[in-house]
Design a protein around this ligand. Structure first.
Ligand code: FE
Length: 254
């Protein structure tokens, strides 16, 4: 199993603080059946800056620690990039890490409460240069929760989406779980990743999420979503199901 979104690198964002934390996360990941982790520290979120060269160096260092302890886990370098107006310049400066080595897919985080007005223009620009944004955890964003159909213009452009595992398991509460379920029912979410930050608070829940998806949507959906994660690492074009607009439903408290 691949985990495409994880804050396992020690001491560089709000994820693992120390090497011990990272090792505890690695052990937990292995027990969940995870074989590969894309290390995706926050980048440019107003608090943390983790440019590409730093992340690569730190991934190499943590991998060495895992290997030394015979922990069977392969780390890959990545970033969770906060959407911002100067993203194109940062890509040109080779400051940005993608999920694949061909620089095709990049994980984009939105502010919790907002979808910035320039998003469509920026995504259009990215797509026109061959970069595909992956919107991480839209089910946790206030605007997408209020109206999940706001994902549709982005999906029409070819943008991808990532469900965060604990959301569908119910760890972030019933509202977010319901939104995640509804988005899943309408094929608005393409793959699942942990966004794990530690072993005590924000844990992996990948096994539990796939179990839930299997129960609710069947084995085929699990296989398809797992294939998307492989495609994103390989830089391949994933096969995606048709999505539908959500009709006449009310979401949460909004
Ligand atoms: Fe994250």
């Amino acid at each position: 199993m691949i985990d495409l979104h994880c804050h396992i690198l020690p001491g560089i964002d709000d994820g693992a603080k120390t090497l011990e934390d990272s090792l505890a996360m690695a052990e937990k990941a292995i027990s969940q059946g995870i074989t590969h982790i894309l290390c995706t520290p926050h980048h440019m979120n107003g608090k943390y800056m983790n440019p590409a060269s730093d992340v690569i160096r730190r991934v190499t260092a943590l991998q060495a620690e895992l290997d030394q302890r015979n922990l069977p886990l392969t780390l890959l370098e990545g970033q969770e990039v906060r959407i911002n107006g100067s993203l194109m310049e940062h890509i040109e400066q080779q400051d940005i890490l993608f999920t694949d080595l061909d620089n095709t897919y990049l994980l984009i985080e939105f502010p919790t409460l907002d979808i910035p007005a320039y998003t469509e223009q920026l995504f259009f620009e990215l797509m026109s240069k061959g970069y595909t944004p992956v919107i991480v955890h839209p089910e946790r964003n206030a605007k997408f929760r209020e109206d999940p159909n706001r994902l549709i213009p982005f999906l029409d452009m070819g943008v991808l989406t990532q469900l965060t595992a604990p959301s569908i398991v119910g760890i972030f509460g019933k509202d977010i779980q319901k939104t995640a379920m509804s988005m899943m029912e309408h094929n608005l979410l393409h793959m699942v990743a942990s966004d794990a930050h530690g072993v005590n608070t924000r844990n992996f829940y990948m096994k539990e999420a796939y179990e839930k998806i299997q129960k609710e949507f069947g084995t085929e959906t699990v296989i398809r979503m797992q294939q998307v994660t492989k495609d994103l690492v390989n830089g391949d074009r994933p096969k995606l199901p048709d999505y539908q607009e959500i009709r006449k439903k009310r979401f949460g408290v909004f």
